[in-house]
Design a protein around this ligand. Structure first.
Ligand code: NAI
Length: 337
């Protein structure tokens, strides 16, 4: 009998439920038995359990060990803190892995094939902020040797496993000499154990310029939390937008897979969100679960559908709906599997 994998599913806010519905069609087409257990957080957590991160949700993720989630809305400059950040910290999902790849017929840049490796637990995302005096606010950036070494090791191990050739540490150590200096020092130390992988460093502002002028020079990008967040969206822009970039938050015990994009309130409920990012996120999760064949088929289905240019959601310049894209992807997966 085929193996069944229990997976926590947080559909999330905004476009989350719409794209997750399409992701489920693709799962069915793979034939892999994913047993989804619904869980709630953020806005729906409040609605259902009066809690942004209900105990039930954390317990369920700890039980299934693997989760896939849609985006969660975070109020801006007020209200509750990011539940995404909280989940990553509580479950020690220290590596945020985001592969960014050019797609035929769609991507403005044709030669992008890089992986963002973002430290996921500290930096300015530690959430330590206070008002010292009226009109003076302090926000504390925390960088530790342990977390920096841990993400650097993960980046090099990932590069080795995936046969990637180069790791570039992105920093601002010319200004933040202590914090980014420590991050760099850890990356340098770790790099010495991987002589087969080239190690480079680049200041973050120059890296942004280099990414939009010559992205093919980059392979694995190693970044602190904030730079990783910003550079992820920049890289998404290189290949056709946030509707195309998947991601995974990986720790020693647990993993939560989620796309780079947010809840997209401007298009939520209109049925036009692109489900490709969550479908590619599913492909990452299948690979993590050891279902390499299904993972490859899902990825190839995305490539084939994009190449054919018949089904395109508005973000890709077309007029098709979320459901039409989901149907096309599921049909293509059925052919490939
Ligand atoms: P966003 O990623 O939601 O949207 C940015 C732009 O990209 C919008 O124009 C949106 O329509 C478009 N977009 C995003 N995903 C798309 C898709 N699948 N198909 C087509 N177009 C897509 O970023 P924004 O507006 O800055 O944030 C909205 C909310 O999402 C905020 O509350 C934010 O905190 C949250 N957020 C949550 C994340 C998560 O749960 N991991 C990640 C990023 C933001």
């Amino acid at each position: 009998m085929a193996k069944s994998y229990p997976v926590t599913l947080i559909e999330g806010d905004g476009i989350g439920p719409e794209i997750c519905a399409e992701m489920k069609k693709v799962v069915a087409a793979t034939g892999v038995k994913l047993q989804f257990f619904p869980a709630y957080a953020g806005q729906t957590g409040i609605e259902k359990f009066n809690d942004t991160l209900p105990d039930q949700t954390l317990k369920l993720i700890k039980k299934t060990r693997v989760a896939i989630k849609g985006p969660l809305m975070t109020p801006i400059a007020k209200g509750f803190g990011s539940i995404n950040v909280l989940l990553r910290k509580k479950l020690e999902l220290y590596a945020n892995v985001r592969p960014v790849l050019s797609f035929p017929a769609i991507s403005p840049y044709k030669d992008v094939d890089l992986v963002i490796m973002r430290e996921n637990t500290e930096d300015l995302y530690s959430g330590i902020e206070h008002e010292i005096a009226p009109g003076v606010v302090e926000s504390i950036k925390v960088i530790t040797r342990d977390a920096s070494t841990r993400i650097a090791k993960y980046a090099f191990e990932y590069a080795k496993r995936k046969k990637r050739k180069k790791v570039t540490a992105i920093h601002k150590a010319n200004i933040m000499k202590l914090s980014d200096g420590l991050f760099l020092d850890c990356a340098r130390q770790v790099s010495k154990s991987y002589p087969g992988i080239e190690y480079a460093e680049m200041i973050v502002d120059n890296a942004c310029m280099q990414l939009v002028t010559r992205p093919s020079q980059f392979d694995v990008l190693l970044l602190e939390n904030l730079y990783g967040d910003i550079v992820s969206d920049l890289c998404a822009g290189l290949v056709g937008g946030l509707g195309l970039v998947p991601g995974g938050n990986i720790g020693k015990k647990y993993a939560i897979f989620e796309s780079v994009h947010g809840s997209a309130p401007d298009i939520a409920g209109k049925g036009i969100a692109n489900p490709i990012a969550i479908v590619l996120t599913l492909a990452m999760m299948l690979d993590y679960l050891g279902e390499a064949k299904a993972s490859k088929a899902v990825h190839q289905a995305v490539v084939n559908v994009l190449k054919a240019k018949k089904v395109q959601t508005p973000d890709l310049g077309g007029k098709k709906t979320t459901a039409q894209m989901g149907d096309a992807l599921a049909k293509e997966v059925s052919k490939l599997i």
